[in-house]
Design a protein around this ligand. Structure first.
Ligand code: B12
Ligand code: SF4
Length: 560
């Protein structure tokens, strides 16, 4: 390309584009592993991405592909290059007028990210943040800044404003929210060299404005729904209007991915069960089945992966899980010896459980359980997990510690629910509450590791004890890990976080239960019966069986 460069360059960091081992889990680890020490942790990860012969990126996050497609409506493909940082010098040159950068989680300050890097010391940043810094401070950007505009957008662009880094990083404009209706005028103004607004807010676009993509996304991500509508107060997508992408749009995007070498498709959604939903979040089982079958039938698709889902639909309509399993499990990338599938495959679904406290649930997220009531949440979780596990769905679930107003009793209720799930096949990720911009809890204080109570530490490490026991079966590795735990506590942990973490941490290190029993809330020795047991069934409250609002009574599920 030489010194001229392209008029428009779009870029994403290596860690946010990465699809190492086709594992979404490994990419999430990049948002968490401390950049400085990651190589010593014995975890396999890589930042290598594939580059096309002309130097462009083979795959980047789906949001950036959407931006590229919008720009292709007005600009020639010869005007645009999409690349990783290592190739920026090839594409950013004298002719470049605008560089658009994608930010999924640029500083690692969202849920469950910097928390883990902090365990190594307060100033340690996760790999993802270090990689974003490498991108945004790239020498080619600095060299050509006088004649180009720098625009950053994506779900994590708010983090840059929050940390006051917009000026230091010479970013002309931050785009927050959905960008379909803002990208073209903004990039055109940038190409004309006009001064850009410091910040632009994107709002939910008309369904028809969401473009079909032209090139491959990381993990073969294909959007099937956008928005949610359940209204959880801590969630940044809760306010996005809920919509399903038409099947021919979805299949077009699947074919584009496969044509450019993807063999795995990641169906991207806030909630799988909202796809072509009927009235009041009711699951459209035929539409979902048809979706999965159609995607799996596209020649070249070897694996179909899922992102997020909620528990209540699995409880209300267990047949949906059974119906989807042939593809969701049979075409999954993931394998675990506890799966009863002949090839030991299991389906992964990210499920936000967030709390076991009925009070906090009712206050911050009651729409999540609909049509069940908040008081039924523990039952919904336990029954849902049973149904998922029976069908070889091993979900990745999150809990949020430190939600505004959390008391000791709330944490105990969460611990009780966690204990009732001790034999579940799952991965459970404790996260700390982060007041995300554009949410109803934006003005509240975030939770901090140094302020965790003893009970919250117990919750935190009990989750990881479960995960170790379920995923790490190598006795020798486990033994070494167990030895390292007290060393960590006495050398660093105690100094960084205080004594509250001690016994919970020791449980993570498999200290004997006779020693821990009297010092912790949960009793692993089996003497105490759990507060919750899996219910035989969870009844939908009668008033929720009937349409509550007259106008809803006339809405019919989508006909397939
Ligand atoms: C798929 C996905 C993943 C995948 C793949 C990610 C990837 N790198 O490709 C996996 C599972 C690996 C993943 C990981 C993580 N994710 Co994620 N992920 C998603 C998900 C479900 C879909 C993303 C998507 O493709 N959406 C569709 C596209 C079209 O939307 P979009 O990306 O927002 O893009 C639009 C705009 O943002 C904008 N835009 C995007 N890029 C650009 C660039 C420019 C220049 C401009 C102008 C505009 C622009 O235009 C697009 C069209 O409107 C979203 C939720 C959601 N539905 O969006 C969460 C989400 C983005 N992830 C989230 C989080 C927290 C994470 C993790 C930190 C999770 C964790 N704790 O470990 C990690 C971070 C990974 C990393 N490397 O840092 C949060 C972000 C919260 C926040 N606001 O900070 C979200 C919103 C989920 C949630 N509800 O909390 N994620
Ligand atoms: S159910 Fe999930 S996506 Fe929907 S509002 Fe709640 S947290 Fe957000």
């Amino acid at each position: 390309m030489g010194i001229d460069g392209r008029k428009i360059v779009l870029a994403a960091s290596d860690s946010e584009s990465n699809e190492f081992m086709r594992s979404t889990w490994r990419q999430m680890l990049l948002a968490t592993l401390p950049a400085q020490y990651a190589r010593y942790l014995g975890i396999s990860w890589s930042l290598k991405n594939e580059v096309a012969p002309d130097g462009q990126a083979k795959y980047v996050p789906h949001g950036l592909r959407a931006v590229e497609s919008l720009l292709l409506e007005r600009f020639s493909p010869d005007d645009i290059a999409v690349c990783y940082p290592d190739q920026m010098g090839q594409f950013v040159g004298e002719q470049t007028r605008v560089v658009g950068v994608h930010a999924h989680n640029p500083l690692g300050i969202t849920f469950a990210t910097d928390v883990y890097a902090y365990f190594y010391g307060r100033d340690i940043e996760p790999i993802n943040a270090a990689e974003f810094r490498r991108l945004i401070l790239h020498p080619a950007l600095r060299q050509h800044k006088p004649h180009l505009k720098l625009i950053v957008g994506g779900p994590g662009s708010w983090q840059i404003e929050k940390k006051n880094l917009q000026d230091e990083w010479q970013i002309d404009c931050l785009v927050d929210g959905e960008a379909e209706e803002v990208v073209l005028p903004l990039f055109e103004a940038a190409v004309r060299g006009e001064t850009l607004p410091r910040k632009v807010e994107g709002h939910s676009p008309a369904l028809s404005s969401i473009p079909r993509i032209h090139h491959r996304s990381t993990f073969g991500a294909v959007e099937i729904t956008r928005g949610c509508g359940r209204g959880c107060q801590f969630c940044s997508v809760a306010l996005r209007d809920g919509k399903s992408l038409p099947l021919d749009h979805i299949l077009h995007n699947v074919r584009v991915q496969v044509a450019e070498g993807a063999d795995t498709i990641l169906l991207t959604t806030e909630d799988l069960f909202l796809y072509e939903q009927g009235p009041r979040f009711s699951t459209n089982v035929p539409a979902l089945t048809r979706l999965l079958e159609s995607v799996a039938a596209v020649p070249g698709v070897e694996h179909v992966m899922l992102t997020h889902g909620t528990m209540a639909p699995a409880v209300k309509e267990p047949n949906v899980i059974a119906e989807l399993s042939e593809i969701a499990v049979g075409k999954s990338v993931n394998q675990h010896e506890d799966s009863t599938h002949p090839e030991k495959r299991y389906a992964n679904l990210f499920v936000g459980l967030e709390t076991g406290s009925v009070r906090l649930f009712s206050r911050h997220m009651k729409g999540k359980a609909y049509p069940y009531r908040s008081e039924q949440w523990p039952d919904v979780v336990l029954k849902g997990m049973q149904i998922l596990n029976r069908n070889n769905w091993f979900p990745f679930c999150t809990f949020i510690l430190g939600l505004p107003g959390e008391t000791k009793e709330d944490t105990k209720e969460s611990l009780d629910l966690l204990f009732a799930l001790k034999d579940a096949k799952w991965c459970v990720i404790p996260t700390l509450f982060v007041p995300l911009e554009d949410t109803r809890l934006a003005k509240k204080d975030g939770a901090k590791l140094v302020e965790l109570t003893d009970l919250q530490w117990e919750f935190f490490f009990t989750c990881w004890r479960y995960n170790l026991d379920f995923f790490r079966r190598d006795a020798w590795v486990q033994w070494r890990f167990n030895l390292a735990i007290p060393m960590y506590y006495y050398l660093l942990g105690r100094r960084l976080f205080g004594r509250g973490m001690k016994y919970p941490l020791f449980r993570l290190g498999h200290f004997p239960e006779w020693f821990l029993r009297s010092r912790l809330y949960l009793d692993f020795s089996g003497r105490r019966t759990p507060r919750y047991l899996v219910p035989d069934q969870v009844d939908i409250p009668e008033e929720r069986m009937r349409p509550a609002l007259p106008e809803l009574a006339n809405i019919q599920p989508v006909e397939i």
